[in-house]
Design a protein around this ligand. Sequence first.
Ligand SMILES: Nc1ncnc2c1ncn2[C@@H]1O[C@H](COP(=O)(O)OP(=O)(O)OP(=O)(O)O)[C@@H](O)[C@H]1O
Ligand SMILES: [Mg+2]
Length: 338
Amino acid sequence: MIKLINIVNGNIVLIDLETPWVEKYRPQNFSDIVSQSIAIENIKDFITSNNMPHMIFTGPAGTGKTSTALIIAKEAIKSENYYINVLELNASDTVRMEYVRTVIKDFVNQNVMVGSNTVKFILLDEADNIPNQVQQALRRIIEKSSNDVKFILLCNYINKIIDPIISRCAVFRFVKLSKEKIIERLKLIIKKEGIKISPKKASEFYETLFFISEGDLRKAINTLQMAVALELIDNLDLAEILKISGFLDNNTFNKLILTIKEHNLNHAKDLIESIENLDSRNLIRQIINELPSLNINPSAYANLISFIGEIDYRISQGSDEQIQITALIAKLIRYSEG
Ligand SMILES: Nc1ncnc2c1ncn2[C@@H]1O[C@H](COP(=O)(O)OP(=O)(O)OP(=O)(O)O)[C@@H](O)[C@H]1O
Ligand SMILES: [Mg+2]
């Protein structure tokens, strides 16, 4: 197992780098799930009421949907029977109609239930990527399944699930995690792994990890582990942490902001061209964060925000990133009063 040796208060601590920390620290029971209290309370009520519906968990990435589904299945089914009574599938498995017809149908219909009162679960991850026609087939299986078979569908975008499925399920919405919750969880991992964070830079470090994460705890934990593996923690090299996460380091970013304040489009263009591996959508997030310092003309503010949305959309559709970012900078220069 790969370990990183770290010295904390004179003691040698071995940091585990081989196991992905998102798995190592995957919540094992409901009390480990942070935030999501509304969804979790309702889910617990359903479970204890012995009247569990089919369920859809929807919401942004890394907010605890898969973890919650696994906890439900684990709590309802004794461990030795888990693999007989739980079918975990990903949308990529279920894209083919044949697969849904045979594998899911067989699982639903088979009578090898072990133990009395046992429920069978079908966990469908990334259900929003299942083609509509296949969802129709799925809907018929859900309709016909007996009371002891429960479907749990997980998705980021519920509008991609067909209405007849939605109306047969209880929908639980998972939300992005707040800064406090993300930092709380990161601190727990840092403590358990015996990592030492210099108190002077700690708050800036956590702010940076939260900014990178966008409320996605998986991303926050992965960035932390990557920073430890690349030995960026001792000096808390925030510029490098931002860089490996696809953001501009503060130094370059501040230079770019200065070109806007000085209304110097040529410098801005040169700077943008000099950036290796430009991740333009991340850069847009950094720029939005910095808008208050740009002194934007109030009458142009709404216009600017809608322009930023348009640029982000164009890039998502494959437009040339440099051209789009340069257009955005030109607009910022126009509206910034320095
Ligand atoms: N609410 C949460 N409480 C505690 N840990 C969480 C929470 N959300 C995410 N995590 C952490 O992030 C990891 C990924 O979470 P999970 O797989 O449940 O996310 P998800 O919502 O299913 O994301 P996706 O939409 O990308 O599938 C977990 O292993 C856990 O370490
Ligand atoms: Mg998931």
